[in-house]
Ligand binder design. Structure first.
Ligand code: SF4
Length: 321
């Protein structure tokens, strides 16, 4: 049997063993964030996508599942719902979903690839986000057109800039507007990201100077060696060296802040996972297929988290929190 690295089970040391070697366990803290993957349909087919989302994917959350998730978010008292995909904008139920969630949770985040907001047909969605103070977390890997488009496709950079400017004009990212606009940057090649603080400072300066764009925070994440990114690593001959970088960069101090300690992911079909990467690999929460309709509460504090070798991505360097 092979692991996610495509090697025998002994290489690299399984993640649990590495944790144990440092005297660590990975257990849940209080789970306050419900991450909802509304489907794999996307207008892009990015090279780094661990879920292999794209225009041909047919997995899309239906209205009945969306309603069950709203009910769970309310009865379980989640404080944040983090909506992701695919391109969430393409889900036909996204507007009512946001409206109903806004009645039961204090904070909603919507992850956008920006270009799905670009064609002028999503004005209503943008206004609904503005009305409900939905935080926009936008993929924006690089401040250079060629690098961005190598990863995300031709024409993506210009459209992304235009959408960021439109969001700024609506108040997003502006000081004291209460409309949060965060960026997510990830390396375009087979390397780990630089310091988040330095990347954020560079993006802030260049975006303001060249395009007059402002934003609140930037998150700099490593790419997970799953899905399309893993296939690219294999084709380009970079797989082994990238995996070695992840393992060699294991940072025990990152474990306490891992996102899976406070977040639970739910798929477009309504099944629960410890995170979106486990969802991509089909590793259910607690090893059991449980539907949101069966649950009253979030997973309890102290419960174990299902881990595998892709977890090394989250503990590399400053971590993936
Ligand atoms: S891959 Fe998921 S389960 Fe593993 S450490 Fe990262 S967030 Fe936690």
């Amino acid at each position: 049997m092979t692991d996610v690295w495509g090697r025998g089970r002994s290489y690299p040391a399984p993640f649990l063993q590495t944790l144990a070697r440092h005297g660590l366990q990975l257990l849940r803290a209080e789970t306050s964030i419900l991450q909802v993957n509304v489907g794999l349909l996307c207008n892009q087919a990015c090279r780094h996508c661990h879920l292999e989302a794209g225009p041909d994917r047919t997995e899309v959350m239906d209205r009945a599942t969306a309603n069950e998730i709203v009910a769970y978010a309310g009865r379980a008292g989640f404080r944040v719902v983090d909506i992701t995909g695919g391109a969430v904008e393409l889900n036909p139920h996204i507007v009512p979903f946001i409206g109903e969630l806004a009645r039961v949770v204090p904070r909603i985040m919507l992850r956008s690839n920006l270009t799905a907001l670009a064609d002028g047909s999503r004005e209503h969605l943008m206004q609904v986000c503005q009305e409900h103070r939905v935080a926009i977390v936008a993929s924006f890997p690089a401040v250079h057109q060629a690098q961005t488009e190598a990863q995300r496709g031709k024409g993506v950079f210009k459209k992304s800039i235009e959408v960021l400017q439109r969001l700024n004009a609506m108040g997003y990212g502006q000081p004291d507007s209460g409309l949060e606009l965060d960026l997510v940057s990830n390396p375009v090649g087979a390397f780990l990201p630089g310091s988040q603080k330095e990347v954020e400072a560079r993006f802030r300066q260049l975006l303001a100077r060249k395009w007059g764009i402002v934003f609140n925070k930037l998150f700099s994440f490593a790419n997970v060696p799953l899905g399309r990114y893993r296939q690219w690593l294999e084709r380009s001959g970079n797989l082994e060296s990238y995996l070695a970088k992840l393992v060699n960069s294991f940072n025990p101090c990152a474990v306490d802040g891992l996102m899976c300690r406070t977040l639970v992911s739910v798929s477009w079909q309504g099944y629960l996972y410890d995170c979106d990467f486990n969802l991509a690999r089909g590793i259910y929460l607690g090893g059991k297929r449980v539907h949101v309709s069966e649950l009253q509460q979030p997973p309890p504090a102290g419960s174990p988290i299902a881990v595998s070798d892709h977890c090394y991505t989250c503990t590399a360097g400053s971590g993936f929190t």
